[in-house]
Design a binder for this molecule. Structure first.
Ligand SMILES: Nc1ncnc2c1ncn2[C@@H]1O[C@H](COP(=O)(O)OP(=O)(O)O)[C@@H](O)[C@H]1O
Ligand SMILES: [Mg+2]
Length: 223
Protein backbone atom coordinates (compact mmCIF):
# COMPACT_ATOMS: atom_id res chain seq x y z
CA UNK A 1 0.00 0.00 0.00
CA UNK A 2 0.98 3.61 -0.57
CA UNK A 3 0.01 5.89 2.31
CA UNK A 4 0.77 9.60 2.37
CA UNK A 5 0.09 11.39 5.64
CA UNK A 6 0.04 15.17 6.15
CA UNK A 7 2.47 15.76 3.33
CA UNK A 8 3.85 19.19 2.60
CA UNK A 9 6.38 19.90 -0.13
CA UNK A 10 7.84 23.38 -0.13
CA UNK A 11 10.60 23.93 -2.69
CA UNK A 12 13.32 26.45 -2.03
CA UNK A 13 14.16 28.21 -5.28
CA UNK A 14 17.17 30.41 -4.40
CA UNK A 15 15.47 31.55 -1.19
CA UNK A 16 11.99 31.80 -2.68
CA UNK A 17 9.65 29.29 -1.05
CA UNK A 18 7.29 27.52 -3.40
CA UNK A 19 4.37 25.78 -1.73
CA UNK A 20 3.94 23.01 -4.25
CA UNK A 21 1.94 20.35 -2.45
CA UNK A 22 -0.09 19.87 0.71
CA UNK A 23 -2.03 16.63 1.05
CA UNK A 24 -3.62 15.39 4.27
CA UNK A 25 -4.28 11.83 3.33
CA UNK A 26 -3.86 9.72 0.22
CA UNK A 27 -3.95 5.95 0.08
CA UNK A 28 -3.56 3.59 -2.86
CA UNK A 29 -4.19 -0.10 -2.25
CA UNK A 30 -2.01 -2.88 -3.67
CA UNK A 31 -2.93 -3.73 -7.23
CA UNK A 32 -5.03 -0.62 -7.80
CA UNK A 33 -4.84 1.23 -11.11
CA UNK A 34 -5.21 4.94 -10.48
CA UNK A 35 -5.15 7.87 -12.90
CA UNK A 36 -3.93 11.26 -11.65
CA UNK A 37 -5.27 14.34 -13.34
CA UNK A 38 -5.15 18.12 -12.83
CA UNK A 39 -3.81 21.10 -14.73
CA UNK A 40 -0.15 21.84 -15.28
CA UNK A 41 1.73 22.93 -12.16
CA UNK A 42 -0.80 21.49 -9.69
CA UNK A 43 1.77 19.11 -8.16
CA UNK A 44 1.36 15.79 -9.97
CA UNK A 45 5.05 15.18 -10.72
CA UNK A 46 5.97 16.35 -7.22
CA UNK A 47 3.61 13.71 -5.82
CA UNK A 48 5.23 10.96 -7.92
CA UNK A 49 8.71 12.12 -6.93
CA UNK A 50 7.68 11.89 -3.27
CA UNK A 51 6.22 8.38 -3.68
CA UNK A 52 9.38 7.19 -5.45
CA UNK A 53 11.68 8.82 -2.89
CA UNK A 54 13.35 11.00 -5.53
CA UNK A 55 12.60 13.88 -3.14
CA UNK A 56 11.67 13.98 0.56
CA UNK A 57 8.76 16.08 1.85
CA UNK A 58 9.23 19.19 3.98
CA UNK A 59 6.69 17.68 6.36
CA UNK A 60 4.77 14.44 6.69
CA UNK A 61 5.26 10.75 6.02
CA UNK A 62 5.41 8.71 2.84
CA UNK A 63 4.75 5.07 3.64
CA UNK A 64 5.28 2.62 0.82
CA UNK A 65 4.83 -1.10 1.49
CA UNK A 66 5.09 -0.54 5.24
CA UNK A 67 8.34 1.42 4.95
CA UNK A 68 8.33 5.11 5.90
CA UNK A 69 10.69 6.22 3.18
CA UNK A 70 11.11 9.68 4.74
CA UNK A 71 13.19 8.04 7.46
CA UNK A 72 15.63 6.42 5.02
CA UNK A 73 19.06 7.75 4.15
CA UNK A 74 19.61 8.75 0.54
CA UNK A 75 21.44 5.55 -0.43
CA UNK A 76 18.73 3.49 1.28
CA UNK A 77 16.06 5.37 -0.64
CA UNK A 78 17.93 4.73 -3.90
CA UNK A 79 17.98 1.01 -3.13
CA UNK A 80 14.32 1.12 -2.11
CA UNK A 81 13.45 2.78 -5.44
CA UNK A 82 15.50 0.30 -7.47
CA UNK A 83 13.71 -2.63 -5.86
CA UNK A 84 10.14 -1.35 -5.47
CA UNK A 85 9.42 1.35 -8.04
CA UNK A 86 9.32 1.35 -11.83
CA UNK A 87 9.24 4.95 -13.05
CA UNK A 88 8.22 5.80 -16.61
CA UNK A 89 8.96 9.42 -17.47
CA UNK A 90 7.22 11.64 -20.01
CA UNK A 91 10.49 12.53 -21.69
CA UNK A 92 11.76 8.91 -21.53
CA UNK A 93 14.98 9.72 -19.57
CA UNK A 94 16.95 7.22 -21.65
CA UNK A 95 20.61 7.37 -22.67
CA UNK A 96 20.39 8.25 -26.39
CA UNK A 97 23.84 6.92 -27.30
CA UNK A 98 23.30 3.60 -25.54
CA UNK A 99 21.55 0.73 -27.27
CA UNK A 100 18.10 -0.52 -26.32
CA UNK A 101 19.67 -3.45 -24.47
CA UNK A 102 22.20 -1.27 -22.62
CA UNK A 103 19.42 1.09 -21.46
CA UNK A 104 17.34 -1.76 -20.10
CA UNK A 105 20.27 -3.53 -18.38
CA UNK A 106 21.41 -0.36 -16.62
CA UNK A 107 18.93 -0.24 -13.68
CA UNK A 108 19.42 -3.95 -13.03
CA UNK A 109 22.81 -3.23 -11.55
CA UNK A 110 21.22 -0.85 -8.99
CA UNK A 111 18.95 -3.48 -7.45
CA UNK A 112 20.49 -6.53 -5.87
CA UNK A 113 18.07 -8.86 -7.58
CA UNK A 114 20.25 -10.29 -10.33
CA UNK A 115 23.58 -12.01 -10.69
CA UNK A 116 25.70 -10.40 -13.40
CA UNK A 117 25.22 -13.31 -15.79
CA UNK A 118 21.42 -13.22 -15.58
CA UNK A 119 20.92 -9.54 -16.37
CA UNK A 120 21.18 -9.62 -20.14
CA UNK A 121 18.88 -12.61 -20.57
CA UNK A 122 16.22 -11.06 -18.38
CA UNK A 123 16.56 -7.67 -20.12
CA UNK A 124 16.07 -9.33 -23.52
CA UNK A 125 12.93 -11.05 -22.23
CA UNK A 126 11.53 -7.67 -21.14
CA UNK A 127 12.42 -6.07 -24.48
CA UNK A 128 10.52 -8.88 -26.23
CA UNK A 129 7.46 -8.17 -24.09
CA UNK A 130 7.33 -4.60 -25.34
CA UNK A 131 7.80 -5.75 -28.95
CA UNK A 132 11.29 -4.38 -29.60
CA UNK A 133 13.30 -7.59 -30.00
CA UNK A 134 14.40 -6.53 -33.49
CA UNK A 135 15.97 -3.32 -32.13
CA UNK A 136 18.07 -4.74 -29.29
CA UNK A 137 21.38 -3.33 -30.52
CA UNK A 138 20.06 -0.13 -32.04
CA UNK A 139 20.97 3.18 -30.38
CA UNK A 140 18.00 4.75 -28.63
CA UNK A 141 18.48 8.10 -30.40
CA UNK A 142 17.52 6.43 -33.70
CA UNK A 143 14.12 5.21 -32.41
CA UNK A 144 10.67 6.79 -32.81
CA UNK A 145 8.87 8.33 -29.83
CA UNK A 146 6.64 5.30 -29.36
CA UNK A 147 9.64 2.96 -29.52
CA UNK A 148 11.54 5.05 -26.96
CA UNK A 149 8.59 4.84 -24.61
CA UNK A 150 8.56 1.05 -25.07
CA UNK A 151 12.23 0.96 -24.02
CA UNK A 152 11.33 3.09 -20.98
CA UNK A 153 8.56 0.62 -20.10
CA UNK A 154 10.89 -2.37 -20.41
CA UNK A 155 13.47 -0.58 -18.26
CA UNK A 156 10.88 0.29 -15.61
CA UNK A 157 9.91 -3.35 -15.04
CA UNK A 158 13.25 -5.20 -15.16
CA UNK A 159 13.60 -5.13 -11.39
CA UNK A 160 10.05 -6.49 -10.89
CA UNK A 161 8.66 -3.45 -9.07
CA UNK A 162 5.44 -3.73 -7.06
CA UNK A 163 4.62 -0.16 -8.03
CA UNK A 164 4.73 1.38 -11.49
CA UNK A 165 4.59 5.17 -11.83
CA UNK A 166 4.04 6.67 -15.27
CA UNK A 167 4.23 10.46 -15.63
CA UNK A 168 2.31 11.49 -18.76
CA UNK A 169 3.66 8.48 -20.66
CA UNK A 170 1.66 9.36 -23.75
CA UNK A 171 2.21 13.13 -23.57
CA UNK A 172 4.79 13.17 -26.36
CA UNK A 173 3.02 10.67 -28.63
CA UNK A 174 0.33 10.98 -31.26
CA UNK A 175 -3.14 9.71 -30.45
CA UNK A 176 -2.75 6.25 -31.98
CA UNK A 177 0.67 5.50 -30.50
CA UNK A 178 -0.44 6.99 -27.18
CA UNK A 179 -3.37 4.60 -26.98
CA UNK A 180 -1.11 1.63 -27.77
CA UNK A 181 1.41 2.64 -25.12
CA UNK A 182 -1.29 3.11 -22.47
CA UNK A 183 -2.70 -0.34 -23.28
CA UNK A 184 0.78 -1.86 -23.01
CA UNK A 185 1.39 -0.23 -19.61
CA UNK A 186 -1.97 -1.48 -18.29
CA UNK A 187 -1.36 -4.98 -19.64
CA UNK A 188 2.12 -5.19 -18.13
CA UNK A 189 0.92 -3.86 -14.75
CA UNK A 190 -1.77 -6.55 -14.78
CA UNK A 191 0.68 -9.33 -15.69
CA UNK A 192 3.12 -8.16 -13.01
CA UNK A 193 0.30 -7.70 -10.47
CA UNK A 194 1.75 -4.25 -9.84
CA UNK A 195 0.04 -1.18 -8.44
CA UNK A 196 -0.18 1.35 -11.26
CA UNK A 197 -0.26 5.14 -10.95
CA UNK A 198 -0.49 7.15 -14.16
CA UNK A 199 -0.55 10.91 -14.71
CA UNK A 200 -2.56 11.68 -17.82
CA UNK A 201 -4.25 14.60 -19.55
CA UNK A 202 -6.17 12.29 -21.82
CA UNK A 203 -9.72 12.02 -20.47
CA UNK A 204 -10.60 9.31 -22.97
CA UNK A 205 -8.20 6.98 -21.10
CA UNK A 206 -9.75 7.41 -17.65
CA UNK A 207 -12.21 4.52 -17.84
CA UNK A 208 -9.24 2.13 -18.18
CA UNK A 209 -8.47 2.81 -14.49
CA UNK A 210 -10.12 1.77 -11.22
CA UNK A 211 -10.43 5.43 -10.22
CA UNK A 212 -9.02 8.86 -10.90
CA UNK A 213 -7.73 11.47 -8.47
CA UNK A 214 -7.70 15.17 -9.28
CA UNK A 215 -4.58 16.64 -7.63
CA UNK A 216 -5.89 20.14 -8.18
CA UNK A 217 -8.76 19.32 -5.82
CA UNK A 218 -6.66 17.33 -3.34
CA UNK A 219 -3.79 19.82 -3.07
CA UNK A 220 -4.49 22.27 -0.24
CA UNK A 221 -1.42 24.34 -1.10
CA UNK A 222 -3.10 25.76 -4.19
CA UNK A 223 -6.58 26.33 -2.79
N1 LIG B 1 12.62 21.52 -8.27
C1 LIG B 1 11.71 22.49 -8.13
N2 LIG B 1 12.08 23.69 -7.58
C2 LIG B 1 11.19 24.67 -7.41
N3 LIG B 1 9.89 24.60 -7.74
C3 LIG B 1 9.46 23.45 -8.31
C4 LIG B 1 10.35 22.33 -8.52
N4 LIG B 1 9.64 21.32 -9.09
C5 LIG B 1 8.38 21.77 -9.22
N5 LIG B 1 8.25 23.05 -8.75
C6 LIG B 1 7.02 23.84 -8.67
O1 LIG B 1 6.06 23.10 -7.96
C7 LIG B 1 4.77 23.23 -8.55
C8 LIG B 1 4.25 21.85 -8.95
O2 LIG B 1 5.06 21.33 -10.00
P1 LIG B 1 4.85 19.87 -10.62
O3 LIG B 1 4.77 18.91 -9.52
O4 LIG B 1 5.93 19.68 -11.61
O5 LIG B 1 3.42 20.03 -11.31
P2 LIG B 1 2.71 19.16 -12.46
O6 LIG B 1 3.47 17.90 -12.64
O7 LIG B 1 1.30 18.96 -11.97
O8 LIG B 1 2.73 20.03 -13.70
C9 LIG B 1 4.92 24.18 -9.71
O9 LIG B 1 4.61 25.48 -9.25
C10 LIG B 1 6.40 24.09 -10.05
O10 LIG B 1 6.88 25.27 -10.63
MG1 LIG C 1 4.42 17.11 -14.31
Amino acid sequence: MIDLKNIEMIYDDNGTKINALKVKDLKVEDGEKVAFIGSSGCGKTTLFNLISGMITPTKGNVIVEDIDITTLKENERDLFRANHIGYIFQDFNLFPDFTVLQNVVLPMSFSKRYEKGEMEKEAIAMIKRVGLEKKLDQKVKTLSGGEKQRVAIARSIVNKPNIILADEPTGNLDYKNGAKIMELILQIAKEEKATLLVITHNNSQLDMFDRSINIEELNEAIK
